[in-house]
Design a protein. Sequence first.
Length: 279
Amino acid sequence: MKPIKLVSGILTVGFWTMLSRILGVVREMMILALIGPGPVMDAFIAAFRLPNMFRRLFAEGAFNAAFVPIFSKKYEGEEDPLVFARDAMNGLGFVVLTLTALALIFMPALVWATAGGFVGDERFDLTIGYGRIAFPYIFFIALAALFSGALNATGHFAAAAAAPVFLNILVITAMTIAWATGGQAITWLVWTVPLAGVAQLALVWIAAERAGVRVRPGRPRWTPDMKRLFRVAVPAALAGGVMQINLLVGQQVASHFEKAVSWLYAADRLYQLPLGVVG
């Protein structure tokens, strides 16, 4: 990579990341103002954390740690990176689609495992309902992470960096509509989550097509490259699981106290603002 391109890439990613973090604060302020700490917000946070947990654990963490180096090596060498990208997309899509189906079926067990304090009050049923709407977000965002990794590996940083902004913009728009129309803010919010996943995937998929990374859905194949991907991804997933377990322990404890999940989440988002930009 040329120095000027490296500097340009850093500035591009920094700009979009900063914008995403600022809009994220606005998003959280609107959610707190229109819904407010309480059973409904507790339930939404616990439900939304489920796809986010798997996203950070598998898609953006373990999968990208394995996919990007292999794809980059093929892209810079003489091998065709598109064959590998296609197999990786089909394999990831199959795994995440299966995970989503199982999660929708066993959502009550997932809620019990991640927010046991909700059992016996209204938050438990609310979280199950919200979780079944929000969880498919993982399918779209996992595929978006693949295309983002491919774009970054080929030196096209803008779309991948801009994609997270879509969630914030759509949530802010939904909250504004709910406020203006007097509608149920939580209904607008929870349905915006999977819609944002579709928007993020569409953005990076189109950008990848324009960058020459043209892959199409197909039947998953177990190839030597996929075996390499699996061997690297599993240890990365185990390493990333430590942080996710820490977050789940915090939520489990907070779930036994009124409004604690909401306030813990709000504090964590504020704490993550400078870390997300600098890190």
